[in-house]
Structure formats: structure tokens, C-alpha cells
Write a protein of this length. Structure first.
Lengths: 256, 44
């Protein structure tokens, strides 16, 4: 079924994304009230521990993003599907934004807790490396190349970058440092209202991640469409130069 | 040390950054949509 042209929106939104956005905004407001008003301070860290309701949720959303990027890259290498490649690049960019937010909230939390914004602790070092690896992925993505070469090259970089994800998670167990052990694990002691607020924060962070992912996916798809249209036009112009009269661009060939 | 200052800065920064990123994506999506014919604006 083909939708009439007049009903195709000139933006990346849809009824589903608008609903998701509204629910996420309402959820964010609830998290703010829970984190800053309802839940009390931590017995050891005091009010500084309220940053956990931001820091851990954005870190989990980041992990989901890099996991999806890896899945998308693997699927691209297997199926050569443009859809999976677009999932990979969208998840990487949104994941990188959440990585930046995890770094910033961690540094802000570190100052009242450790006395410094930054230290070359194992978790912080491997985490900053993770940020640089996925930044590198996006840089590789923008290197001039044929679309298939670009997609294949960035898929391999994504698989390489993902190696650091479990290292970041396990770094607090492998090396002694300032960073506390995993907040959510079988041995974690967080409970009661603090745990409830944290779980709500994680759900809202994942919803916001999904909203960003859907919109970024559509933007990436449109970017490729513009690039393909430019290629078609260039080919049509070369054909015209060679003596073929018709300069109407042929429909772009999309993989899958 | 009063931690509320750090907490406030943390929350404001995160929400401001996400808001700015959302605006950036939406504006870019609108701009690109105008360059792509409607029949090629389907992604699913």
C-alpha cells in the first residue's frame, strides 16, 4: 500500500514518537520529583548521591546503544542490509551522547565524593577510551567513500569498539580504584525508595533513548537518500555528456 | 560541603544537553525531509 503524497510528513515525527515523547517528558518530571524531593539523602554520601538517578540510567542507555550498534553492524555484515547499517550508526551517535552525559555526571558527582573531578582510575580511563572509540567510529563514518565501503568499514570499527564495553563494566572488579563497584548487581545494597527511583530513572532514560533512536534513524535514512539522489544526478549528467539526451535521474538503488 | 550545587548543575546540564540534541535532530530531520521526495521518505 502506498500512502498518498500529501499525507507523508516533511519531518521525522509520527503519532507513535509524539506519544513516546510525551510519556517520556512526563516520566522525566516524575523522576525529578522522586530524585530531588521524595527520596532522602544517602547515609554516607548525603545529597550528592542524588546524581545516581541520572548517572546510572544514562550509562545503561549508553550500553543499550552500543549493544544495538554492534548488533546492527553484525547484521549489516551478514545481510548487507541498509536498514541494519542505519540502526548501527543511529545507535552509535545516540549512545555517544549518553556516554558524554555519563562522563559529565560522573565528574560532577566525583567532586563532592572524591574531592576531584577527574582521576585516572581504571573505570574512568576505560570509559573515556570508550567515548573516544565511538567518536572514532563516527569520524570513520564521515570519511569520503562509496556507501558500501563506508558501511562495511564502520561496521568493523563498531565491532572493535565494542570490545571496550565489557572491559569498562569489569574494570571496577579487575583493578582497585576510586570508582565504586557496580550499582546494580547481585551484591549491590541499594534498596527501598532509592532503588525504586533508580529503576524509574532507568525506564525513563531507556524511553528517551528510544525516542532519540527512532528520530536519528530517520535522519540517517534521509541523509543516505540525499546522498543517493546526488549520485543519481551525477550519473545522469555524465550520461547526458556522453550523448544520452534523457537527464532524468534514475531511481536510486538502495541495498535491501 | 553542600552537594546541592553539584546536584543542580548535573541535572540542569543533562536536561539541557538532551533538549539541545532533540532540537538538533528535529531541525535536521525537517531540513532533510524537504530535500527528499515523499515517496522516498519511508524508512520502515
Amino acid at each position: 500500500l502506498i500512502e498518498p503524497e500529501a499525507t507523508v510528513p516533511a519531518h521525522t515525527g509520527s503519532r507513535a514518537t509524539r506519544l513516546l515523547g510525551l510519556v517520556t517528558l512526563a516520566g522525566a518530571a516524575i523522576v525529578l520529583v522522586l530524585a530531588l524531593v521524595v527520596t532522602g539523602p544517602d547515609a554516607v554520601q548525603g545529597d550528592a548521591a542524588r546524581l545516581i538517578y541520572l548517572h546510572v540510567p544514562v550509562a545503561i542507555a549508553m550500553n543499550v546503544g552500543f549493544g544495538l550498534c554492534t548488533l546492527g553492524s553484525l547484521m549489516y555484515l551478514w545481510k548487507k542490509s541498509r536498514w541494519w547499517d542505519t540502526v548501527a550508526v543511529s545507535a552509535a551517535e545516540v549512545g555517544l551522547v549518553y556516554t558524554g552525559l555519563t562522563l559529565i555526571t560522573g565528574m560532577i558527582w566525583g567532586r563532592p565524593t572524591w574531592g576531584v573531578y577527574w582521576t585516572w582510575d581504571a573505570r574512568l580511563t576505560t570509559f573515556s577510551l570508550l567515548f573516544l572509540l565511538y567518536l572514532g567510529y563516527l569520524v570513520v563514518r564521515h570519511l569520503p567513500a562509496d556507501m558500501d565501503v563506508r558501511n562495511r568499514r564502520s561496521a568493523y570499527v563498531a565491532l572493535l569498539a565494542f570490545i571496550d564495553v565489557p572491559i569498562v563494566y569489569l574494570s571496577v572488579s579487575w583493578w582497585r580504584g576510586l570508582h565504586q563497584s557496580a550499582t546494580l548487581s547481585l551484591s549491590s545494597t541499594i534498596s527501598g525508595m532509592m532503588l525504586f527511583t533508580l529503576v524509574v530513572g532507568i525506564v525513563v532514560a531507556l524511553m528517551s533513548f528510544l525516542w532519540f533512536l527512532v528520530h536519528r534513524f530517520r535522519v540517517a535514512w534521509l541523509e543516505d537518500e540525499v546522498e543517493l539522489a546526488g549520485l543519481d544526478l551525477a550519473i545522469a549528467e555524465r550520461r547526458a555528456e556522453a550523448g544520452i539526451v534523457d537527464v532524468t535521474p534514475a531511481p536510486a538503488e538502495a541495498t535491501s | 560541603v553542600n552537594a546541592w550545587g553539584y546536584v543542580t548543575v548535573g541535572y540542569v546540564l543533562v536536561f539541557a544537553a538532551l533538549f539541545a540534541y532533540a532540537v538538533h535532530i528535529l531541525v535536521r530531520g525537517r531540513s532533510l525531509s524537504k530535500q527528499v521526495p515523499p515517496e522516498r521518505r519511508r524508512w520502515m
